[in-house]
Design a protein around this ligand. Structure first.
Ligand code: ADP
Ligand code: MG
Length: 681
């Protein structure tokens, strides 16, 4: 047998069970052994019946005293009830639905551990569909696996046990060189695979998890670093300082750049003058002035005779960038053109033609338009905005395009540096950690729905002073219609104190052209109030907007709230953010309090990450990283730092990993498993 042996060869795995396994991506012995427990149940952590909390999970040690026969409750629902008693003589009912097998496995007079959720009331407690073990069992730490309907953790355990019994040395061949393994105090792969499924105690489970997480993070690091190295072919767009007098750019700006902006511009210039193409990320909080940095980079490229393409994720943003960039550059003789999907063919052709002329050096547009339809001569620099929407594979694919121009990506999602190094491991990073001078902190309040009327009164006061405001309407229930919800909410506003104000509506079901029209009206102050779903989140800049009200604030991640809040406080006016929470639990109160206390996006993301874990924080696939099975990039930071060091060590010895063929193969597999490069390129 090998890791590639099909699971059909296991006892008890026929067509049906193999089909279930297949549903969760398991086809071979190897797949199954690398299917790790989600958590463990420790059957030794028992509580007496009297102390078991209703609504919570608990392990109860009790003796079965009576079993009822099957009771048919209704068509297709059969109930099996078993009564048990703990040491103190307190009774608990054990309930199984449609599970004759479970009920039959229990014997009267025998003592068991039952693990499950407690329900019922104070005088009569119940435990529903528990898993159970005889108290005579020795191993009380049992794995709980990610499953699909029809599979149980017990089945998985039996099947894995058979594989581990039959496995030979080849099956456990360790991809990690002994040197690295010993240096970082890691167990062997064999120990890890045996102990993750059948731990002796929680220490051995953790030792196993650490080893397996290390492997996963190491491969992630290796892959990132190899992508970075792969793009290091000689630059065909080498620029020089002499050709571009940045002072004329700086003195044409209406403001003094921040120190952080200046540093970033220096780093970019240095990259573009170097002998390899630039691959840099500008990571900056909302309002930190990324656009000016992008403009400086485009100016530098233009003076060196190279064109720049700036790609935005939406039309609204493309138009906004176009306006900003042409404002900063046209007067300096650097022409800027706009290419968007809502333009007619003729307009687009005209823009493309202009782009070929000798005075037009910058093309601004949406991602798809620029990368697919437009041939840009002398393209030397590609800038992508809000790049957290693009995955690492997409970046790698983009890197291979055309004459391999310099690449600058701008992200407004502040994340802790340690994590940035992982997620953007293929990029160099400049951080804009300084806001422009004179920016006033946006005052933030968290209130319950009871105070909504007062909040709206406050908005009215600001509108009367000539300011504008956003209201982010309530989130839509699963399966609900965004359109109806947003419209309904806007209608509702007409019955409030805000009735008389010019109000626009912005939601995801509108076409790009419709959104643009509304956004344009808001920008021109033809609207006082913009009721929006979260489509407004990304980068829109209206300096006169001084208040944002966010409904259902308790249901957003803090980083997203921070992004939304960044829509205000962009001009000279004191701005306000009002977070309205439907109901406040202690936890959500604490979370929202973080928002009222700090305006530092890095601090907020650190907190968010700690509270919600990496998966939630980034949202499904937002980070564009390969799926991790066992490592948690938020929790395993120390391990991560070690993996980084180890990856560097390995690549130094063997840049293409040819000396470590197993590791190389597994790294490649990790990076191809969910290759979504084609999606948006
Ligand atoms: P973001 O980093 O969120 O993309 P922007 O580039 O949109 O930020 O800049 C936000 C606002 O700050 C813009 O109105 C811009 O003109 C202004 N701004 C940028 N840099 C400075 C600076 N150094 N001093 C003052 N205002 C600045
Ligand atoms: Mg921006």
């Amino acid at each position: 047998m090998t890791r590639n042996t099909p699971i059909r060869e296991l006892k008890g795995v026929g067509e049906k069970r193999a089909g279930l396994y297949n549903k969760i991506g398991i086809n071979t012995f190897g797949d199954l052994v690398f299917h790790f427990p989600r958590r463990y149940i420790d059957y030794s952590e028992t509580v007496p019946v009297s102390a078991a909390q209703i609504g919570e999970h608990a392990v109860i040690k009790a003796m079965v005293i009576k079993k009822n026969g099957a009771a048919r409750i209704r068509q297709g629902l059969v109930l099996y009830k078993v009564f048990a008693e703990d040491e103190n003589g307190d009774r608990i009912s054990i309930v199984f639905y449609n599970n004759r097998f479970a009920s039959e496995a229990l014997s009267v007079g025998e003592e068991y551990f039952f693990s499950g959720k407690i329900s019922g009331n104070l005088t009569r407690k119940e435990i529903n569909s528990p898993t159970f073990l005889k108290t005579s069992e020795k191993n009380l730490l049992r794995p709980v696996y990610p499953l699909t309907e029809g599979l149980t953790s017990a089945m998985v355990t039996t099947n894995i046990s058979e594989i581990l019994d039959r496995a030979d040395d080849g099956f456990f061949a360790d991809p990690l060189p002994d040197g690295i393994r010993l240096e970082y105090s890691l167990s062997t792969l064999e120990y890890a695979l045996r102990s993750i499924h059948f731990p002796n105690d929680s220490y051995s489970a953790e030792t196993a998890r650490k080893r397996l997480a290390f492997d996963e993070l190491l491969k992630l690091q290796l892959g990132m670093m190899m992508i970075k190295n792969r793009t290091r072919s000689a630059s065909s767009c080498v620029m020089t300082e002499e050709k571009a007098d940045m002072n004329s750019f700086f003195s044409a700006l209406p403001f003094e750049l921040t120190g952080a902006q200046k540093r970033a511009i220096e780093e970019i210039k240095k990259d573009m003058c170097g002998s390899f193409p630039m691959n840099r990320l500008i990571q900056g909080d909302v309002g930190s002035g990324k656009t000016a940095v992008a403009a400086a980079a485009a100016y530098f490229a233009a003076k060196n005779g190279f064109r720049t393409a700036l790609m935005a994720p939406t039309e609204i943003l493309a138009v906004q960038h176009y306006e900003t960039l042409s404002g900063m550059l046209e007067s300096l003789g650097v022409g800027v053109c706009l290419i968007t999907g809502s333009m007619t063919k003729k307009q687009r052709a005209a823009a493309a033609e202009r782009l070929c002329s000798s005075d037009c050096f910058v093309a601004v547009g949406t991602h798809a338009l620029i990368s697919e339809t437009t041939e840009i001569h002398d393209l030397g620099l590609v800038i992508t905005d809000e790049q957290h929407r693009f995955g690492v594979n997409q970046r790698a694919a983009l890197a291979g395009k055309g004459n391999d121009p310099h690449k600058l990506v701008m992200s407004a999602t502040p994340i802790p540096r340690t994590l940035a190094l992982i997620i953007y491991g293929d990029l160099d990073i400049s951080v804009l950690n300084e806001l422009p001078k004179g920016r006033r902190k946006t005052e933030t309040f968290a209130v319950t729905a009871k105070l909504r009327e007062r909040a709206l009164g406050f908005v009215k006061k600001l509108l009367d002073e000539g300011r504008q405001g956003y209201i982010i309407c309530p989130m839509i229930e699963e399966g609900g219609s965004e359109l109806a919800a947003a419209k309904g909410y806007a209608e509702g506003l007409k019955k409030t104190i805000l009735a008389g104000y010019r109000t626009g509506l912005l939601h995801g079901k509108m076409s790009a052209a419709e959104k643009d029209r509304v956004m344009e009206q808001f920008k021109e102050h033809e609207l006082d109030l913009l009721v929006a779903t979260t489509v407004v989140e990304v980068g829109v800049d209206v300096p006169n907007a001084a208040v944002i009200v966010i409904e259902n604030a308790d249901r957003f991640g803090l980083s997203q709230l921070h992004q939304l809040r960044g829509r205000v406080g962009r001009g000279q006016h004191q701005s306000y953010c009002i977070l309205i929470a439907g109901s406040l639990t202690e936890e959500s109160r604490q979370r929202l309090e973080v928002m009222t206390k700090t305006s530092d996006g890095f601090e907020i993301s650190e907190y968010d990450l700690k509270m919600r874990g990496a998966g939630d924080f980034f949202g499904s696939r937002q980070h564009g990283l390969p799926d991790l099975k066992i490592a948690d990039i938020a929790a395993d930071r120390e391990l991560l730092a070690n993996c980084q060091r180890a990856a560097r060590e390995l690549l130094k010895k063997s840049p293409d990993l040819s000396e470590y063929p197993e590791l190389r193969k597994e790294t490649e597999e990790l990076f191809t498993q969910n290759d979504n490069a084609a999606e948006s390129l």
